[in-house]
Design a protein around this ligand. Structure first.
Ligand code: MN
Length: 445
């Protein structure tokens, strides 16, 4: 069910937390949830917080100060833990109630903020003084393949004819990936060693990945789950989504090519996954809901269990996506990160509700804190390609950089940033914050 925009989305609403007014990512209209602790504060434990401008509002302290009531009070009590799993398990009601009360508390000139601002102002921490942790204990990570252009480009690289497998327009294709190696923004990712067939060789050798790639993906956090044996219909799947992040599914393409015959991917995908640590809620994204774009003429209609009229009418999101690279040389020269791709969530062939429904149609249980990757979101033209394998045409063409360097794959020392932003006339734009990690040299094989 679509979420109707309300006073929390009002473009005229400003916050007394002045750094949030006009903030690119975290104005008061966003209010994403995460887990933080303060730096240099011995014994400080991770707990729930909300990003507002350049600051983090402490939900545990707000709970202790009794700033919330009703369902919102239940939500902040659950958010006082070291992960958000308990809050995720509560479903949509408490989360939405928390948003309403938070917005009123942090807004300028409301009855709530006039009363509580002096106390609430003491519960803010500068984000620059905080560690941002994984927001949940991740039980399972599933990676979808819902970017149809990325799927087609992959088929072309493999020489498949036709490039798209015959199941693609029927099945929201996915595989079970690895939860233990998901890390928040800012954590270096190490180049893996593995088996791969080096160009020109016939047999595999063991050594460092020579074809390191990123994947521009949208992350989906599962809220309340389903019992084993039950399935979640497409029409109610949105109630099981707690929120969204950006997700870089680092991919060792040479290892992947060799190991994925016929199963996989395996080691090529479990070396590390970088996510943006703030969870942007479905309520915050209400203004950016759109219809699922019509399938091209001749494509099959999804099977009935994947079809829901409301989901088709409003189940997709319109978010602008970007990939930027910041190499060691760029940093040394004082150059800013360079954008190398732009895309949009509307290029996904399946909606999030269809992914949830498909995942559970055979009775698989989802649990609070499970995470999905959407699959690499490439768009129709080369500037929309969401992986370096696509941008460099499988390592055969140089990608020129403004530092005078070129890239065909990701080098050691390269920082890769993913960004997402919702923009719509009459609305305050919101963003997802940083999803960035540096690829660093691997260990000796
Ligand atoms: Mn992926």
């Amino acid at each position: 069910m679509a979420i109707t925009p309300d006073e929390t989305h009002d473009a005229k609403r400003k916050s007394w937390v002045t750094s949030s007014n006009g903030h690119a990512d975290f104005p008061i209209q966003n209010l994403p949830l995460g887990i933080f602790s303060t730096v240099n504060n011995w014994g400080d434990t991770p707990r729930g917080g909300v990003a507002i401008g350049d600051e983090v509002f402490d939900l545990k302290a707000a709970c202790e100060a009794k700033l919330f009531s009703g369902d919102a009070e239940k939500a902040v009590r659950a958010a006082s833990n070291t992960t958000l799993n308990d809050l995720m398990a509560m479903g949509t009601g408490p989360r939405a109630a928390l948003r309403k009360q938070l917005s009123a508390l942090l807004a300028e000139g409301t009855a709530e903020s006039r009363k509580a601002q002096p106390l609430a102002a003491k519960l803010l921490h500068k984000t620059s003084n905080c560690n941002l942790h994984l927001p949940a204990k991740i039980g399972a990570f599933t990676d979808f393949f819902a970017g149809i252009t990325h799927a087609e480009n992959g088929g072309k690289r493999r020489g498949a004819n036709p490039p798209l497998s015959s199941n693609y327009k029927y099945v929201p294709v996915a595989y079970h990936s690895r939860a233990s190696t998901v890390r928040p923004t800012g954590v270096d990712v190490r180049r893996p060693n593995g088996q791969r067939v080096v160009d020109g060789d016939k047999l595999p050798t063991f050594g460092p990945c020579l074809k390191m790639d990123f994947e521009l993906e949208f992350g989906i956090w599962i809220g309340n789950g389903n019992a084993w044996g039950d399935s979640i219909p497409t029409g109610t799947a949105a109630n099981h989504v707690f929120g969204y992040c950006m997700l870089n599914d680092w991919s060792a393409r040479d290892i992947q090519r060799w190991e994925s015959q016929p199963l996989g991917p395996f080691l090529s995908k479990n070396l590390g996954t970088t996510i943006s640590p703030w969870i942007v809620t479905p309520e915050a994204l209400a203004p950016f809901q759109i219809a699922q774009p019509l399938r091209p003429e001749g494509d099959p209609r999804p099977l009935p269990y994947l079809w829901d009229d409301t989901d088709q009418r409003e189940g997709q999101l319109d978010l602008e996506l970007e990939v930027l690279i910041h190499t060691e040389t760029m940093r040394a020269k004082g150059l800013p990160p360079q954008r190398i791709a732009v895309s949009n969530t509307k290029h996904l062939y399946w909606t999030v509700a269809q992914m949830v429904a498909h995942h559970t149609c055979g009775g698989c249980s989802l649990e609070p804190g499970d995470i999905f990757g959407s699959g690499t979101i490439s768009g129709p033209t080369p500037e929309n390609y969401g992986s370096i394998a696509e941008l460099s045409f499988d390592g055969t063409r140089d990608i020129p950089l403004n530092s005078g360097e070129t890239r065909r794959w990701v080098n050691d020392g390269d920082d890769i940033y993913l960004r997402a932003r919702g923009k719509r006339a009459g609305c305050v734009p919101i963003g997802f914050g940083d999803c960035c990690a540096r690829m660093v040299a691997g260990k000796a094989p």
